[in-house]
Design a protein around this ligand. Structure first.
Ligand SMILES: [Zn+2]
Length: 255
């Protein structure tokens, strides 16, 4: 395991994380994600001037303030960059240069964008889920060839249908919208990556993780609506990392 590659993946992750901030903030508002290329200051609309290669460093050099109007820049931006960088490094450390690395990087990217868009707008752009699914499908093809890919796609559709059924039932029982459409599309990704059995586990794991976080957010911020999307993607990522161990533990054959 080469330490330089781990550092390189960390840096790549922070640079892409900066882009995922832009994607997560602008796609839901139908704004261009290419122009302007960087995030801009909410106060004076100047570009944040993340001109150096590593965005987090420029945040630190500028003391967390906008160069132009000195308004404070939200810690949210560098947080997403740092998170993406760290998870990119962990991905390379865990999988090396294998097709699983690309699945992991796609999931991390989805995770970062979903945090930004779901937390700020309570929505997840379909394009993002679609591109993630495509990258994962191609990686599965190169890892296992066509037969496994078809099975994986089948698992994805199965989980999508199951969640859709749960949503209809929930809407009927509670007389209000219980699950978002975007959450159901994320379950397709869960089935695709994890297969049908571990895929179902995503529902349990994300609920277990969401509960304490929701209570915490409610006590701190009085946040009433807490998006479920980030918890689903986090659980897919977690189970993907632990896939072999969990399967062995439960006596499940993988795919
Ligand atoms: Zn400013």
């Amino acid at each position: 395991m080469n330490i330089y590659y781990i550092i390189a993946f960390f840096i790549l992750g922070t640079i892409l994380g900066s882009f995922y901030n832009v994607v997560g903030f602008r796609l839901p508002k139908d704004e261009s994600i290419l122009k302007p290329a960087h995030s801009y200051c909410d106060n004076c609309k100047h570009q944040l001037g993340f001109t150096s290669l590593i965005p987090i460093f420029s945040y630190l050099f500028q003391g967390g303030k906008c160069k132009y109007c000195k308004a404070k820049i939200s810690l949210f931006y560098p947080f997403i960059e740092l998170l993406t960088g760290a998870l990119f490094a962990v991905s390379y450390y865990s999988f090396g240069f294998t097709p699983d690395l690309f699945i992991s990087l796609a999931l991390v990217s989805l995770f970062s964008i979903v945090i930004v868009s779901d937390l700020n707008y309570l929505m997840i752009p379909d394009e993002v889920t679609l591109i993630t699914g495509l990258v994962i499908a191609i990686s599965i093809f190169f890892r296992d060839h066509l037969e496994v890919l078809l099975k994986s796609l089948g698992s994805g559709i199965l989980l999508f249908v199951i969640m859709y059924g749960i949503m209809l039932l929930g809407d009927f029982l509670f007389k209000r919208e219980s699950l978002g459409g975007a959450d159901i599309k994320l379950m397709f990704i869960a089935g695709l990556v994890l297969g049908p059995i571990l895929g179902v586990f995503v529902i349990f794991v994300s609920s277990v993780v969401a509960l304490p976080v929701s209570i915490l957010l409610y006590t701190i911020n009085k946040e009433k609506v807490i998006p479920f999307g980030p918890f689903i993607v986090f659980s897919i990522l977690l189970l993907f990392f632990l896939k072999v161990d969990v399967s062995r533990l439960l006596g499940i054959f993988i795919q």
